[in-house]
Write a protein that binds this ligand. Structure first.
Ligand SMILES: NC(=O)c1ccc[n+]([C@@H]2O[C@H](COP(=O)([O-])OP(=O)(O)OC[C@H]3O[C@@H](n4cnc5c(N)ncnc54)[C@H](OP(=O)(O)O)[C@@H]3O)[C@@H](O)[C@H]2O)c1
Length: 232
């Protein structure tokens, strides 16, 4: 069988970058799409494409290969008390977390339909399952993404599987501000039943599982990779 080809929207930082490295090291082909375009490695298994899916009509040139997997990573951590959140904040979070995912997925779908046992993974957040103060905008957007995940899973079965991973706080550039001092790191780690915050590898390992054949009977699910925070 040919090498599997996985498209990562947002393979230049954080969880997406860790996933790109993991997949390349295992011999997958990776197509990374982001605003910066280029990344990490000189690998001949890597193709980089530049695009910003928050802009209407911004689809890059038609991708005419076939895809066996698709992962959408762009997202936000906009934490504010409800009374300070504006319409623009809510719309901004919806645009990058949901509409951007819709646009990117629409663009990739013809190539996924040509793929072998294709699998799609979106990234949600623990704050959808567990109510948290100051998270109303991001929780509303990611709740939409979880609904999108289940709807697409129903509509595209049995040909394409669609799942999501819902992390808690993970040590990436996006979360830098929340983990800026040793005190804040310790406090946030202690808030998790497993007494640490996430590493990108905790999340990318689950995504990799969902992309591969060992998860072949799983679709429409939201996987909580959160040190136990969502349920304990
Ligand atoms: N880190 C956490 O604590 C945490 C917790 C819960 C959920 N999550 C979710 O996990 C996902 C990944 O987060 P992360 O922490 O890995 O973020 P990150 O380090 O900021 O990486 C985000 C990636 O998305 C790309 N990107 C951002 N905006 C884009 C756009 N408009 N169009 C195309 N690409 C875009 C970025 O590349 P360019 O800059 O090149 O565009 C980058 O590669 C997000 O959906 C986030 O909400 C994260």
């Amino acid at each position: 069988m040919d090498l599997r080809t996985i498209m990562i929207i947002g393979g230049t930082s954080g969880i997406g970058l860790d996933l790109a490295r993991l997949l390349l090291s295992e011999g997958y082909r990776v197509v990374s799409v982001s605003r910066k375009g280029s990344i990490i490695s000189e690998s001949e298994l890597l193709t980089a494409i530049q695009a910003d899916f928050t802009l209407p009509g911004s689809s890059p040139d038609f991708f005419d290969g076939s895809l066996d997997g698709f992962v959408y990573c762009p997202g936000t951590i906009r934490l504010k008390p409800f009374h300070r959140l504006t319409d623009e904040d809510f719309l901004g979070d919806f645009t990058i977390n949901v509409l951007g995912g819709v646009r990117a997925f629409r663009w990739a779908l013809p190539a996924l339909k040509r793929g072998h046992l294709p699998s799609v993974v979106f990234i949600s957040t623990v704050a959808v399952t567990r109510g948290m103060p100051f998270h109303s905008s991001i929780a509303a957007a990611k709740g939409g993404l979880e609904g999108l995940t289940r709807s697409l899973a129903a509509e595209l079965a049995p040909d394409i599987r669609v799942n999501a991973v819902a992390p808690s706080l993970t040590d990436t550039p996006l979360a830098e501000r929340l983990l800026a001092t040793p005190e804040s790191r310790k406090q946030r780690a202690d808030g998790h039943p497993l007494k640490r915050t996430g590493q990108p590898g905790d999340i990318s390992a689950m995504i990799r599982f969902l992309l591969g054949p060992d998860s072949g009977w799983i679709t429409g699910q939201i996987f909580h990779v959160d040190g136990g925070l969502s349920v304990i």
